[in-house]
Design a protein around this ligand. Structure first.
Ligand code: ADP
Ligand code: ASP
Ligand code: MG
Length: 435
C-alpha cells in the first residue's frame, strides 16, 4: 500500500518550510503504507523561470543570465542556511545544483529554437529539479530513507509542450518498474511534480500548477491508497481566501464538486487532478502544512450532500459576441467552423450561449490568442470583444450570496443550470464624483 504526499511551492518556499516537511513526514509515518513524495519548485521559482525563458527566447542573453544568477543565489542561500553545520553535504549539494545551472546556461547561450513552447519546456523543469535536490538532501540528513528520482524517467508525455498529455500505458509500466521495488523496500521515492519527457527524451511540462496532477497520475499508476496534498490553507474552502474573508472549510466533498469548482477557478488544486483519482476511487486529502495535526478536506466518492454556497472566480476572461454578417441564422456549419479555429488555437471555452443570429463565447484570454481568433474569423462574422472580465461560478448559491458577490460588478451574461449560476461580469472601478 502506498500513500502519496505532495508538497507544493509554498511548503518548500524556504529553509524553515523545508525543515517543516521533515517534521511532517516524521510525524506521519504509518507502518502499513509506503510513501512517495511529489514536490514542486520553491515558491515563485517557476514565475522567475518564465521571465528567464522569455528573455532567452527574445535573444536577451545577458538579461536572462542576470535573472538566472539571482535564482541561483536564492537557492544557494537556502542551502547555506540548511546545511550550515554540515559542510560535506553542503558542498556536494551545491555541486549538484551547479550542474543544473550550467545546463540552463547552455540552453540560454544557444540560438533559441523556432517554437517557444518547446524552448520553455526545456528550461522550466529546472525549478523542480533544484527544489527536489535540496529537499532530498535535507530529508536524508534527517534520517529519512529518501531516494531522489527524475520524474522524466517515468512520466511519459506527448509533445504538446507546456500542456503535455500523459502517455498512460508507458507511464504506468515505467512507474511500476522503477517505483514499486523501492516502495517494497520501504524506501521513500522523492520526485518532481509538473515535469515529464517525450518519447524523444525532450522535457515536457503538464501545465502551470501541474504538480497536483503528477501526484494523481502516480497514484493511479501505483494504485495508491490515498493522496495527501499539503497546502498553506486548512483544506478546500468555499471561496478563495485571498478574495473573501474567512470562507468556511469543506470537511468532505465529492469528486464531482471538486472538479467543478477547480475547473472554474478555485486555484487550490489543479483541475486535472481529480479524474485519475475518481477513476480508481482513490481519496484525496487537502491539508495544512501549518497545522499538520489537523485533518484536512477529504475528497472522495460522496453521496451528493447539501453543500454551503461555493464560489469560484476565473479571471482573465473575454466575451466574444459573434454574429453572422448577412442576418442568417447561426447554424451548425457556423458553429463547427468556429470550433475548428478555437481547437487549433487551443483556446478554452468556459461558457457559451446562442441567439438567432449571434453566438456568445466566454474564453480564457491568454497569450494573444483572442486577437488571433478574431483575425481569423472576422471575414465571415461580425465580432465584438470585451476583455478583462471575470467568470463567476456559484454552486449551491442562495440569493444573498449572489447579491454579495455581485456588489461592484456588472453582469454581462448569466446562465443557470440546476443550482449552479454562472455569470460573466465586469469588475467596476469606483467612479469619481464630479460636480
Ligand atoms: P501550492 O503551489 O503550494 O501547492 P497553491 O498556491 O497553488 O499551492 O494553492 C493554494 C492556494 O490556493 C491557497 O494559498 C489559497 O490562497 C488559494 N485558493 C484559491 N481558492 C481556494 C479555495 N477554494 N480553497 C482553498 N484555497 C484556495
Ligand atoms: N512549479 C509549477 C508551477 O508553479 C508546478 C506547480 O507548482 O504545481 O506552475
Ligand atoms: Mg502552486
Amino acid at each position: 500500500m502506498t500513500d502519496i504526499h505532495k508538497f507544493g511551492g509554498a511548503s518548500v518556499r524556504d529553509a524553515q518550510a523545508i525543515r517543516r516537511v521533515a517534521e511532517i513526514l516524521q510525524q506521519h509515518s504509518d507502518q502499513k503504507a509506503a510513501r512517495l513524495l511529489v514536490v514542486s519548485a520553491m515558491a515563485k521559482t517557476t514565475n522567475a523561470l518564465e521571465e528567464i525563458a522569455q528573455a532567452g527566447f527574445a535573444g536577451k542573453t545577458e538579461e536572462s543570465f542576470g535573472m538566472l544568477n539571482r535564482l541561483r543565489s536564492w537557492h544557494e542561500a537556502v542551502v547555506e542556511e540548511l546545511f550550515a553545520e554540515r559542510p560535506k553535504e553542503k558542498q556536494s549539494l551545491l555541486a549538484e545544483l551547479n550542474d543544473l545551472f550550467v545546463e540552463a546556461e547552455w540552453l540560454l547561450e544557444e540560438e533559441p529554437p523556432q517554437n517557444y513552447d518547446f524552448f520553455y519546456d526545456q528550461l522550466i523543469p529546472l525549478g523542480e529539479l533544484l527544489s527536489t535536490r535540496i529537499l532530498a538532501a535535507w530529508l536524508k540528513t534527517e534520517g529519512l530513507p529518501v531516494v531522489w528520482l527524475d520524474a522524466r524517467d517515468f512520466i511519459r508525455t506527448d509533445d504538446s509542450f507546456r500542456e503535455a498529455h500523459i502517455l498512460w500505458e508507458e507511464t504506468i509500466s515505467r512507474c511500476r518498474q522503477q517505483l514499486t521495488p523501492l516502495l517494497k523496500e520501504n524506501k521513500i521515492p522523492l520526485t518532481q511534480g509538473f515535469i515529464g519527457s517525450t518519447s524523444d527524451n525532450y522535457n515536457s511540462t503538464l501545465g502551470r500548477e501541474g504538480s497536483d496532477y503528477t501526484a494523481a497520475v502516480l497514484a493511479y499508476a501505483l494504485d495508491a491508497r490515498c493522496v495527501h496534498i499539503w497546502k498553506d490553507v486548512p483544506g478546500v474552502l468555499t471561496a478563495d481566501p485571498r478574495i473573501f474573508e474567512n470562507p468556511p472549510r469543506l470537511d468532505r466533498l465529492s469528486y464531482r464538486e471538486a472538479i467543478e469548482m477547480t475547473y472554474y477557478g478555485a486555484q487550490v488544486l489543479h483541475p486535472k487532478t481529480i479524474k485519475p483519482l475518481q477513476n480508481k476511487n482513490i481519496p484525496l486529502e487537502v491539508r495544512s502544512f501549518l497545522q499538520p495535526e489537523r485533518a484536512g478536506s477529504l475528497i472522495q466518492n460522496e453521496a451528493e450532500e447539501t453543500y454551503p454556497p461555493i464560489i469560484s472566480i476565473k479571471r482573465q476572461q473575454a466575451l466574444l459576441q459573434i454574429s453572422t454578417r448577412d442576418f442568417s441564422f447561426v447554424a451548425e456549419q457556423h458553429i463547427s467552423l468556429l470550433f475548428q479555429h478555437i481547437a487549433r488555437l487551443h483556446l478554452r471555452v468556459n461558457l457559451m450561449q446562442n441567439s438567432a443570429i449571434s453566438f456568445s463565447l466566454c474564453l480564457s484570454d491568454q497569450d494573444g490568442k483572442i486577437e488571433r481568433l478574431v483575425e481569423e474569423i472576422q471575414e465571415l462574422f461580425k465580432v465584438q470583444v470585451q476583455r478583462h472580465l471575470e467568470l463567476i461560478n456559484l454552486r449551491h448559491a442562495r440569493p444573498e450570496t449572489r447579491e454579495e458577490v455581485l456588489k461592484n460588478r456588472l453582469v454581462l451574461l448569466e446562465q443557470r443550470l440546476g443550482n449552479t449560476v454562472q455569470l460573466v461580469v465586469k469588475k467596476l472601478e469606483k467612479v469619481k464624483y464630479k460636480n
